[in-house]
Design a binder for this molecule. Sequence first.
Ligand SMILES: *[C@@H]1O[C@H](CO)[C@@H](O)[C@H](O)[C@H]1NC(C)=O
Ligand SMILES: *[C@@H]1O[C@H](CO)[C@@H](O)[C@H](O)[C@H]1NC(C)=O
Length: 549
Amino acid sequence: MGPFVEQIKGYKNLIVALVFLVWILYFIVSLPDSTIHRAPGPRTASISACKSAESPSLLSSLPKELANLTHLLYWPPTPGDEGDILASTSPQTSTYRLRGPAQASYALGGYLEAILVARDHRGRPKTHGGDLFRAQLLGPGLKAGVPGDVQDLENGTYLLSFPLLWAGQAHVQVRLIHSSEAVGVLQRIWREKRATVDFRGYFRGPTGAEETVICNVDPQSTGAKGPTCQYRDVVSSELWFCAQPPTLPCNSLVGHSSGSYLKVTVPHDEALLAWRVTDKVLRQGISPIQIRKAATGKNNLALPPRPPCRPGLRASKPSGFYHQDVWHSLSCSGRTFSTADRILGCLAGHVIHMIGDSTLRQWWEYLRDTVPSLKPVDLHGIYQVGPLMAVETARGIVLNWRAHSWPLRCLRAPVASLHSVAQELSGLAGGPHTVVVLGLGAHFTTFPPSIFVRRLAGIRAAVAALLAREPRTLVVIKLANTGYKSVYGSDWFTLQINRLLRAAFADLRVAFVDAWEMTSSLALPDNIHPGRLIVSNEVDVLLSFICPA
Ligand SMILES: *[C@@H]1O[C@H](CO)[C@@H](O)[C@H](O)[C@H]1NC(C)=O
Ligand SMILES: *[C@@H]1O[C@H](CO)[C@@H](O)[C@H](O)[C@H]1NC(C)=O
């Protein structure tokens, strides 16, 4: 059980552990309801836990952005109208209109602003905010689209703003993803449930006999009546728990898989109704508009002067838009890599380590499928968790993908193949030829935010260490994309996850690929595994960071 050696070895690991502990402490202190974000204390763990002292001096080494999670995860509150089924926000009665007078045409480079009034099922205006609306400006004839900014004025009114980035036709589309009442349910689940899914751990004894138990991110959620087995990542101190098998020892854990989705009861009828109106388009409130370029202008696009793509850039809002199915970043001058030769030319001499979930595996698959000379190597890996590898020997390209470790929902996979992100990063020398791509989020929406914060603490420390020993290493963070609309995974959870991801790496020299906006801009159905058009544009952003010029 190499990765799970219990003792923290060496000074570096001690520091990582201290940073992690202090971060968790900070997290607990800064949340309004501290009872629900208890760190999973090793209780009857059969492998002894390592205790570390907390050092206040380390507080200053944490990113400022993460210090106040109450602020970071703020969402306008929904007062409880328990039992009033018709008081939740309705997509049928909510309307939006232009903020100013309608114009015959609009100037390229300007903005279109609109006011949205949320109403309940009786048609009464809402008096509080908290609804999750998603707005888009679409130009279907031009294969164009951009996410609109939705500002919650917290009195039932929302301000919508759309940058006018292409010349030609455009129309507004607004969707109610979740009413504030439904968000209230998600919020309660996020705070009160330790876990809404569980996992299976497979233990194998010397005779080959197997025992299967429930595993999870905290000891209580393993359903164990008796002792639990605790597994601690030697690099990041991340914890994992399994009920102790009836006869086999803790160190005979060999397999991992998804378990069950746990029953999540929605408390009130009102909330049930709120759930029925998930992801509904509002009646069109604004006629299609015409965007004209300046009389002297040559360009059909309003692209500001942008620097080449490099890590550490400030994020722009929105981060980009589509035109003719090509994503144009607004923060850096991205490039398109439309042929296998161009991709090969960019990747030449690089080793790319992708570590994340299946949405990141899509990037690996896209490159494998698009570049014929990039040959996949059968490492006898389990496809769902990897490791996957593809190589191009003539130009010296190695492309790896492997899953982030638990809490991964997957078919049965060897535990030995589940390496933590921190563990993988700690084994990389880094350098100008090394690219690290991280893509986590979708598997963390079924636990309280403290679980993801703890994971990010370890990953952040590992990224910081990698960049300290080799500053020329390129680290790219793929944000989580839109898709799920359930109590186990939803766009609302994903928004929160992305806030944590942004904050965790805010002060490090890393690059972001805003997969949230890249999957929010076109009139395509949300899909947790986006189609090839989106994936190819996401990979182009990655390649733009590897090859900015
Ligand atoms: C954290 O943020 C909340 C909400 O924005 C604010 O009320 C509180 O004062 C902040 N706490 C600290 C310590 O800055
Ligand atoms: C909502 O708040 C905004 C900004 O404070 C204000 O301009 C607007 O009149 C308010 N609307 C209502 C219906 O109270």
